[in-house]
Design a protein around this ligand. Structure first.
Ligand SMILES: NC(=O)c1ccc[n+]([C@@H]2O[C@H](COP(=O)([O-])OP(=O)(O)OC[C@H]3O[C@@H](n4cnc5c(N)ncnc54)[C@H](OP(=O)(O)O)[C@@H]3O)[C@@H](O)[C@H]2O)c1
Length: 430
């Protein structure tokens, strides 16, 4: 074991940070043995010194001065588990500029600025580890960075947001309305007080940007990814999905096209026998297809202090080993920024529509005509529950693969038809 300890500065002592600190303090000798060097928690940056903490920590270690971590020459590794864009992007940049290695769980920073920070790190001959930024405790980044290196990654499909998966599972199993399922997720600690980031698909978009960037080694920005949240889904959609042989999931999907990639986040109907359809509760799962390995499924806890700390501290051990050996354990990235994302309108997909229409002759023909004029071929067309009290009926239509632009135009045109009250639901089908 190396004689000189490796000093670590921690930014953040919340859900994840307290578990990281706890592991380092209570399991130090085992971690140090695995790392081949003593790991020493030298300083912890927080906002409030006097806050009650869930970890027992020497108050002397705490500081509210960023320079006490970022400018301390004895600190070689900075672990950032505070979150949010600024000031954390600047802190990470400053740490790299000062020759420090960085480990972060920050998906926002890595999705928006990852390629630049990794380029800067390569220039400064330090490393940035970010296993915890996607999929909590599931070893994803290391899988791409090491185990799947021999592959050309063809596609990645994932259930990567535990909150929305919990909500959708509760809607499916208990017939809850979205509002009630979100409230339940908040009470169970799976959803934030403001659930917009999760429910709106933003969190999944950040994670997909990171996954797609490392899978293809290109710069994929969150704002280049098509995004739709789960807000429009109603309990009845789960009933129809089940009848048709599907589950409903928020899917983050990317796949390779000649000279471009596809990248999108939206709710989708997914065949009930697909592994992603069976992802339960707050779990995450990532389905990867490589040209050599074939299909690989990675499943586990996508969030939570302990699983996320597992990824952070795992990164620390790996990094510590390479620092002490003086070698870079893993290949650095080079990001091609000439490869673009296919606009959603050009993506070919199947779709499900739930249409509320007057129950009278000619409606089915009018709806069928719109699809025909848009060149969309229908896979199934079922008239559901006719309600005699207001003479309405629900039409459930699924299509064969078509251009998304045609599917959207069909949706808009059907909503304009005189006997159609509303196109109540539109979901893509995987
Ligand atoms: N929670 C999860 O399950 C999970 C899973 C995967 C990834 N992550 C990521 O991990 C990171 C941390 O998440 P978390 O859930 O642990 O957050 P959290 O519980 O809100 O904790 C944030 C910590 O950062 C500190 N902090 C925030 N802004 C700061 C600033 N400007 N200067 C100094 N300290 C600051 C806070 O200090 P005070 O305590 O003094 O307020 C707090 O200790 C985020 O990037 C998140 O996306 C979290």
């Amino acid at each position: 074991m190396s004689a000189r300890p490796l000093n670590v500065g921690l930014i953040g002592l919340g859900t994840v940070g307290s578990q990281v600190a706890d592991r380092m303090l209570s399991w130090g000798s085992q971690l140090s043995r695995r790392a081949g060097v003593e790991l020493c928690l030298k300083r912890v940056l927080v906002r409030e010194l006097n806050k009650r903490r869930s970890v027992q920590i020497d108050p002397e270690l705490l500081s509210t001065d960023p320079a006490s971590v970022l400018d301390d020459p004895s600190i070689e590794v900075v672990i950032e588990v505070a979150g949010g864009d600024e000031p954390m992007r600047s802190y990470i940049e400053q740490a790299i500029q000062n020759g420090k290695h960085v480990i972060t769980a920050n998906k926002v920073v890595m999705a928006k600025h990852g390629p630049e920070l990794l380029d800067l790190a390569a220039e400064k001959n330090v490393d940035v580890y970010f296993e915890a930024a996607v999929g909590g405790g599931i070893p994803l980044i290391s899988a791409f960075r090491t185990d799947l290196q021999a592959n050309r990654i063809e596609r990645v499909s994932a259930v990567i947001n535990g909150t929305t998966n919990y909500v959708l599972c509760r809607m499916a199993s208990a017939g809850l309305a979205m509002r009630d399922a979100v409230r339940e997720a908040q009470e169970a600690g799976y959803a934030e007080a403001d659930p917009t980031d999760d429910v709106g698909g933003f969190d999944a978009t950040y994670k997909l940007a990171i996954l797609a960037s490392i899978a293809y080694e290109i710069k994929v920005r969150p704002d280049g990814i098509y995004r739709e949240g789960i807000e429009g889904i109603e309990p009845v959609d789960f009933r129809y999905a089940r009848e048709l042989g599907y589950a409903i999931k928020l899917i983050a999907h990317t796949q390779r096209h000649p000279g471009r990639i596809e990248a999108r986040v939206h709710p989708a109907m997914i065949p009930i026998d697909h592994p992603l359809a069976r992802v339960e509760g707050a779990e995450n799962a990532v389905f990867v297809e490589g040209d050599l390995v074939g299909e690989v499924l990675l499943v586990g806890a996508g969030a939570g202090g302990r699983p996320t700390a597992s990824a952070v501290v795992g990164d620390l051990i790996d990094l510590a080993r390479s620092i002490r050996r003086g070698v870079q354990n893993r290949p650095s990235f080079s990001f091609d920024d000439r490869i673009g994302v296919v606009p959603i309108g050009e993506v070919k997909t199947r779709a499900y529509y739930r249409i509320l229409a007057e129950d009278r002759p000619g409606v089915v023909a009018a709806v069928g005509q719109v699809f025909a004029e848009e060149g969309v071929s229908i896979s199934s067309f079922i008239q559901k529950d006719a309600w005699s009290h207001d003479q309405t009926a629900e039409l459930v239509v699924t299509t064969h693969p078509s251009l998304d632009a045609s599917l959207q135009r069909a949706r808009e045109r059907m909503a304009q038809l005189e006997p159609v009250r509303a196109v109540s639901s539109f979901l893509r089908v995987f």
